[in-house]
Design a protein around this ligand. Structure first.
Ligand code: FE2
Ligand code: FE2
Length: 260
């Protein structure tokens, strides 16, 4: 099984870059599944039904989200209706959408789970016990399991990697928008990286126009943030796995756009 997981798509430049690179990435890496984090896809914050449909129509098998999942009200009903998009599972139970799904490709079943960290982020329940409950529920329903752990602190992410080692195919971190250099297969067979990075404008500050972010930091005054479109890169990982659901390899896929 070959899985391409693409980090947080930020704004129009991130979307355009993903859509333009996807055919070549498919030729080169032959993924059975393409999963993308779309929590910043709509103008830098959240996602809309139109954008989610565009990603799915381009051959994306599933979309994960994060702390910006509920930015746009128009997506609430879509989250309940479209099984190929997931929001953090450890959010309040009655919230729109689901935190887990199973998608199929050529007879292979991939479970996709989205969890939120609780260090510098808010969630209703511990992501660790939530992961345990979801894995119990998924038993027999999927051949491979991908967990997108949307979290801020590397400590919490590394801990989640160990918590899930040997129990899922891949545990990949998202949310910080900066790729980390620690991709590896843990001893138990789980592919792990603390953060995949973003698919968006490297010329900004984690997606925001850099002049505005700098003004905020230097003056400490309120500043309206807009999404940068300068120097977009695609940040992703390619995971390969065996029939038994455990990983063989994880490698970073970091591709510059052509506009710089
Ligand atoms: Fe993000
Ligand atoms: Fe986030």
């Amino acid at each position: 099984m070959r899985l391409l997981f693409v980090g947080d798509i930020v704004g129009g430049s991130g979307r355009r870059l993903l859509l333009s690179l996807l055919p070549a990435l498919r030729d080169q890496h032959r993924p059975d599944f393409v999963v993308v984090n779309g929590e910043n896809a709509a103008g830098g914050l959240g996602i809309t039904p139109k954008i989610a449909d565009e990603l799915l129509a381009a051959g994306v098998h599933a979309i994960t989200l994060g702390n910006h999942a509920y930015k746009h009200r128009e997506v609430y009903e879509y989250l309940d209706r479209e099984p190929r998009i997931v929001r953090p599972a450890n959010y309040p139970k009655g919230n729109p959408g689901s935190g887990q799904t199973v998608v199929e490709s050529d007879g292979a079943r991939l479970a996709v789970v989205n969890l939120s960290g609780t260090v510098f982020l808010e969630a209703a329940r511990s992501p660790f016990s939530e992961a345990d409950a979801i894995l119990a529920d998924l038993r027999g329903k999927a051949d491979h399991v991908l967990v997108d752990f949307h979290a801020e602190a590397t400590s919490e992410k590394v801990a989640m990697g160990w918590h899930l080692d040997g129990r899922v195919t891949a545990c990949v971190g998202t949310h910080t928008h900066v790729p980390t250099a620690d991709a590896r297969v843990l001893p138990g067979g789980t592919a792990y990286i603390s953060d995949v990075g973003m698919t968006g404008p490297r010329g900004g500050v984690i997606g925001v126009k850099r002049e505005q972010a700098l003004e905020r930091f230097t003056t400490m005054m309120p500043v309206r943030f807009e999404t940068s479109d300068e120097d977009p890169w695609l940040n992703a990982v390619l995971v390969t796995a065996r029939q038994d659901g455990l990983a063989e390899s994880i490698e970073q896929v970091l591709v510059p756009g052509t506009t710089h």
